[in-house]
Design a protein around this ligand. Structure first.
Ligand SMILES: Nc1ncnc2c1ncn2[C@@H]1O[C@H](COP(=O)(O)OP(=O)(O)OP(=O)(O)O)[C@@H](O)[C@H]1O
Ligand SMILES: [Mg+2]
Length: 391
């Protein structure tokens, strides 16, 4: 289903990206997977988890809702204790009951039940040291890959709610785990999320704390793969719609940035349009109509993600982002000089413009062209912004 993490048979393999990640993991690096919103990070990582290479076992954590260091480690530790992961570990270790009890009992001041972690006292809060205690107990020859999805959200929340010192402390704790020689032998981390962690830490002046992480990314599909993806989605549908090669190219031309999500939302609209008008073989005119339909009220939720992302910025940053995007929607591209001019206006002079531009790039709104100008990643997004989001 569009919008959900694509799992198992719904997952369209992205071999090049997967292989690149495996190569980096084989080097023993901790990874930072940076790619804009909706590009397919979670789907890709969850599919690596489902079918890992030999000698690897995955623990996936989504930490978006965690707003303190304690909640962050509670989430990971709880997932480590959960039976699904223990079963996976058991395949390698053959842990008997006592070993399992020892593992669960290794952190002082907490008990674990199926309902979750219970704390012996209210003052007991979890830190990276507790996670280390637990990880030290795991004796397997396989590498454990700990995936942390939406990591930058946690850092941003800790910073917003508890200040710079707390954010720094949180990152130093994480770094201690990455740099622990004993853990290094058996654990690797993959951090991912939709806010650019690099621009966030840069803004917070904490870049040196994450410099051990190796950046990886996810690329758009190439044309051949994008054509294959159209067939992949079409095959899953119960409707009998056929696309000629010309029409497939016509569809891709509309999408322009070949990310599965964009292709999929257009295909969904095409399917609706064809079914409602009893069309089996759509022509370019039908595709145009379906494209137009994407911007009608019923389909607009496909674009909500982008609007929501801007809401997390500070007020002045939002104003600036709107002005930049409005300009690009009207003029196709924006030059650094023009960005500079926008920043001159009294209501936005104080804005950290580089940070906002970085956020727009990371959120998948815009990219930098060869001429060093910025442009919307997809004409679909440009169209949507021009009609509905500009104020
Ligand atoms: N490999 C894939 N196969 C099939 N569909 C995909 C694939 N990758 C992405 N998609 C489509 O794109 C959507 C977004 O994917 P996913 O949630 O994995 O992206 P994300 O980068 O984690 O997004 P977010 O930043 O919002 O968390 C999915 O719901 C699915 O429709
Ligand atoms: Mg995701």
């Amino acid at each position: 289903m569009t919008g959900q993490v694509a799992f198992g048979k719904n997952y369209f393999p992205r071999e090049k990206d997967e292989k690149r990640i495996w190569r980096r993991l084989n080097h023993g690096s901790h990874l930072l997977l940076l790619a804009p919103r909706r590009v397919g990070k979670t789907s890709l990582l969850r599919n690596l988890e489902l079918a890992p290479n030999d000698n690897y076992v995955f623990l996936y954590n989504i930490v978006q809702s965690c707003s303190t260091v304690h909640e962050y480690y509670e989430r990971i530790i709880e997932n480590l204790f959960k039976s699904e992961f223990i079963n996976r570990l058991n395949k390698f270790t053959n842990w008997r009951k006592e070993a399992l009890a020892d593992f669960r009992g290794s952190i002082k001041g907490i008990n674990f039940s199926e309902a979750g972690i219970e704390f012996e006292s209210q003052e007991r809060t979890l830190t990276h040291k507790d996670l280390k205690t637990l990880l030290d107990k795991i004796q397997i020859k396989e590498k454990l890959i700990i995936v942390i999805d939406e990591f930058p959200d946690v850092l941003e929340k800790i910073h917003r709610e508890q200040g710079h010192g707390a954010a720094e402390l949180f990152l130093s704790g994480c770094r201690e785990l990455w740099q622990d020689p004993a853990l290094d032998q058996k654990i690797q981390f993959i951090f991912t999320g939709s806010i650019g962690l690099d621009s966030l830490v840069h803004k917070l002046n904490l870049s040196d704390l994450i410099n051990v992480l190796i950046n990886v990314t996810i690329n758009p599909l190439n044309e051949d793969k994008a054509l294959e993806f159209i067939d992949f989605i079409n095959k899953k549908s119960d409707e009998e719609i056929t696309f000629s090669e010309e029409i497939k190219s016509y569809i891709l031309n509309k999408v322009s940035w070949y990310m599965p999500y964009y292709i999929e939302i257009l295909l969904l609209s095409i399917e609706d349009y064809c079914c409602e008008n009893e069309i089996i073989e759509p022509n370019p005119h039908d595709i145009d109509k379906a494209y137009e339909q994407l911007f009608s009220q019923n389909y607009l939720t496909s674009f909500n993600h982008w609007a929501e992302r801007l809401e997390r910025l500070e007020k002045i940053e939002i104003t600036f982002a709107h002005q930049v995007l409005n300009y690009i929607a009207a003029n196709k591209t924006i030059s650094p000089q023009k960005i500079h001019n926008i920043k001159e206006a009294p209501q936005v002079t104080a804005v950290n413009s580089k940070y906002v531009i970085d956020c727009l790039i990371h959120d998948g709104y815009i990219f930098e062209t060869e001429d060093k100008e910025y442009q919307f990643t997809s004409p679909m997004l440009k169209e949507w912004w021009g009609r509905y989001a500009s104020i």
